[in-house]
Design a protein around this ligand. Structure first.
Ligand code: SAH
Length: 218
């Protein structure tokens, strides 16, 4: 992997940050993280020119790196404070995990496609982000490392997995794109007591599905 971050790349990132700012993202920590992290490192070299468009892009195994605006939107809603313990479901390329890590979160991330997991496990340490990645089923979460201050699901969930609700701290926030069809409603859950949650909806997004079985593993 050739980690070359040129002035051109930096310029394109500045532009991308302006685009995202204009779309309504205000959290400076989010915008700074997007400006700092070379998104083109997460692309195969043949597709480098797509890295700074505000669009999702295929990363192999039928999956995508999320649209930068979506990454920013979720990162802002998570209200990250330094040291927050965050569980991400759907590591994918590892880009979202790096953004959260850059913002000061301690990130634990689960991926259920073996090929993507193997790739990020090797790749992320080269970027020096102390992110812990796990191969497994996000519906089950990571009971060994629970509870988490924040949980972010980055795939379309037909419902909110019960184990994830349990693994969220009281006072914590979970973000989930809810809906099994083509379109999901970004939904936040604030855990106000061991048994009570307040949910809010934030409009429509489009995610790849959160898969329920491992039959398609490569
Ligand atoms: N956050 C990623 C984008 C993720 S795309 C990024 O920044 O690039 C959604 C990811 O969720 C895919 O990689 C997909 O393989 C993964 N996924 C789908 N179902 C899952 C499950 N049950 N558990 C964990 N990961 C899952």
């Amino acid at each position: 992997m050739n980690f070359e971050d040129t002035y051109r790349h930096k310029g394109l990132r500045k532009k991308l940050v302006e685009t995202i700012r204009q779309k309504g993202i205000k959290d400076e920590k989010v915008l700074q993280a997007i400006e700092k992290i070379p998104r083109h490192y997460f692309f195969d070299s043949a597709f480098l020119s797509f890295a700074y468009e505000d669009k999702a892009f295929p990363i192999g195994a039928g999956q995508t790196i999320s649209q930068p605006y979506t990454v920013a939107f979720q990162s802002e809603l998570l209200d990250i404070h330094k040291g927050d313990k965050v569980l991400e479901v759907g590591t994918g390329s590892g880009y979202q995990a790096c953004i959260l890590s850059e913002m000061g979160a301690k990130v634990f991330s689960i991926e259920r496609q073996k090929s993507l997991f193997m790739k990020v496990k090797e790749f992320l340490p080269q970027l020096n982000y102390p992110i812990k990645v796990f191969y497994g089923d996000g519906y089950k979460g990571l009971p060994t490392f629970a509870p988490f201050d924040k949980i972010i699901i980055t795939a379309a969930a037909p419902y909110i997995p019960e184990p994830l609700k349990e693994q969220l701290k009281v006072g914590g926030i979970m973000l989930v794109p809810l809906g099994g069809g083509d379109i999901q409603i970004m939904t936040s859950l604030h855990k106000v007591s061991e048994t009570e949650f307040i949910s809010r909806e934030y409009g429509a997004f489009r995610f790849v599905p959160l898969l329920q079985d491992k039959a398609n593993d490569k």
